[in-house]
Design a protein around this ligand. Structure first.
Ligand SMILES: NC(=O)c1ccc[n+]([C@@H]2O[C@H](COP(=O)([O-])OP(=O)(O)OC[C@H]3O[C@@H](n4cnc5c(N)ncnc54)[C@H](OP(=O)(O)O)[C@@H]3O)[C@@H](O)[C@H]2O)c1
Length: 228
């Protein structure tokens, strides 16, 4: 039987690394792309060092996309910094890496999926996508744009046999989870369980953990009513 092939972008660490290990163990062939080298040594794994914000990223992705048909592509890349109103020079970079990097990735792999009439593109977003933030407005805005874009792309591609899933996580125990209060934080293996379910069922949007949903809705309501 032919092996399933995946491309993971942002998988040298965190949720992406754990997902790579899990799917390699399940027999997938995987191409990974990250700023750093990968700790993985496996004959079914090929790693390319690249930064999604560098000029040659599109060329690199186009070359990787030509290696063979992809069943799955997951965009894991995400960065976030606290806002410093006295030095906002890094704000645009967060939008570029989190949102525009995903668009560059989709632009490289999705036309091939459409021509093949199959494929699944998953973007890892955040529950931050529906909240305003005074601490990290660029991160929240990047995830709002990310989730909105993937929702529209899903509608455009489903008739062509290509699925798009937007995954919205709450806190996951990686180096990215900053700050003191991290309610209902899940471990990385639990996050991978959720991603495996998404790979199987291909939903339009998937939120985990579900227990956080009413809390987010409540916080959003409070903001709308004029609280913080
Ligand atoms: N952890 C959480 O609490 C949480 C919650 C909700 C959503 N998320 C989302 O989940 C995704 C994965 O996060 P994580 O917690 O696994 O973070 P992580 O441990 O920091 O991993 C991020 C990965 O992205 C790569 N990366 C960062 N900038 C890159 C760039 N410019 N070009 C290429 N690769 C780059 C990193 O590689 P290098 O180390 O080489 O830079 C790393 O492999 C992110 O999109 C994040 O927003 C996380």
């Amino acid at each position: 039987m032919e092996k399933s092939r995946a491309m993971f972008v942002g998988n040298s660490d965190g949720i992406g690394l754990a997902t790579t290990k899990r799917l390699l163990a399940a027999g997938w062939d995987i191409v990974g792309v990250s700023r750093s080298e990968s700790p993985i040594t496996n004959t079914a794994y090929y790693h390319k060092v690249a930064d999604v914000s560098e000029g040659r990223y599109t060329d690199i992705m186009n070359e990787l996309a030509m290696l063979g048909p992809l069943d799955l592509c997951i965009y894991f890349v995400g960065i976030g910094e606290l806002l410093n109103p006295l030095d906002m020079s890094g704000e645009a970079r967060i939008i570029d890496i989190n949102l525009t990097g995903m668009l560059r990735t989709a632009a490289a792999v999705i036309p091939h999926m459409v021509r093949n009439g199959r494929g699944h593109f998953i973007g890892v977003s955040s529950l931050a996508d529906e909240l305003l933030s005074s601490e990290a407005p660029s991160y929240h805005a990047s995830k709002a744009g990310f989730s909105n874009y993937l929702g529209g792309l899903r509608l455009a591609l489903k008739p062509k046999g290509v699925y798009v899933t937007n995954v919205r996580f709450g806190f996951v125990d990686t180096k990215m989870a900053k700050g003191d209060g991290k309610p209902f934080m899940m471990n990385v293996e639990k996050a991978v369980d959720h991603l495996e379910r998404c790979i199987r069922t291909k939903p339009a949007c998937y939120t985990a953990p579900k227990i956080v949903i009413p809390l987010i809705k409540f916080r959003k309501l409070m903001m709308t009513l004029g609280g913080k």
